[in-house]
Ligand binder design. Structure first.
Ligand code: NI
Length: 145
């Protein structure tokens, strides 16, 4: 997005829809409509990319678990070794006596990463897990492909 110039376009909508949109923008803390519309469009493009399973994405898998729980440590390690070629980094934080937070930074095909994150998040002992990702290609060039 470094060499792009800003283009303007007009949008027509009825009063009520615009009023609702302005309220949404305000509640989300956007400075103006343009900023909000850009974010909506980016989100739609990311969502579309997600639906293309061969899309290369990068992101993170966040896992909260109790390391005392059964075999959870062993299983987490075994799964990560199975998928080592998609892992860029793993960081483990000891939150307190029981609880651990593990952050796994990943890159690979969306389909493969989804399977991988599902395996980790569904492990018994993992209390909360979240996978967040975005396409590696710039969203502004998605339409050019
Ligand atoms: Ni720990």
């Amino acid at each position: 997005m470094s060499d792009s110039t800003l283009k303007r376009f007009g949008v027509s909508m009825d009063d009520k829809l615009l009023q609702d949109f302005d309220e949404l923008i305000k509640s989300k803390g956007y400075e103006n409509r343009s900023e909000a519309v850009r974010d909506l469009i980016r989100n739609a493009l990311v969502q579309q990319a997600w639906e293309t399973d061969d899309q290369i994405v990068a992101g993170s898998i966040l896992l909260f678990y109790d390391h005392h729980h059964g075999e959870v440590m062993h299983e987490l390690t075994a799964i990560q070794h199975d998928m080592h070629d998609m892992i860029l980094a793993t960081t483990h934080f000891h939150l307190d006596h029981h609880n651990c937070l593990e952050l796994i930074v990943v890159k690979g095909r969306a389909k493969d990463l989804r399977v991988f994150s599902d395996r980790l998040i569904s492990l018994k002992g993992v209390k909360y897990g979240k996978f967040t990702s975005a396409p590696v290609v710039a969203t502004s060039s998605l339409h050019d492909e």
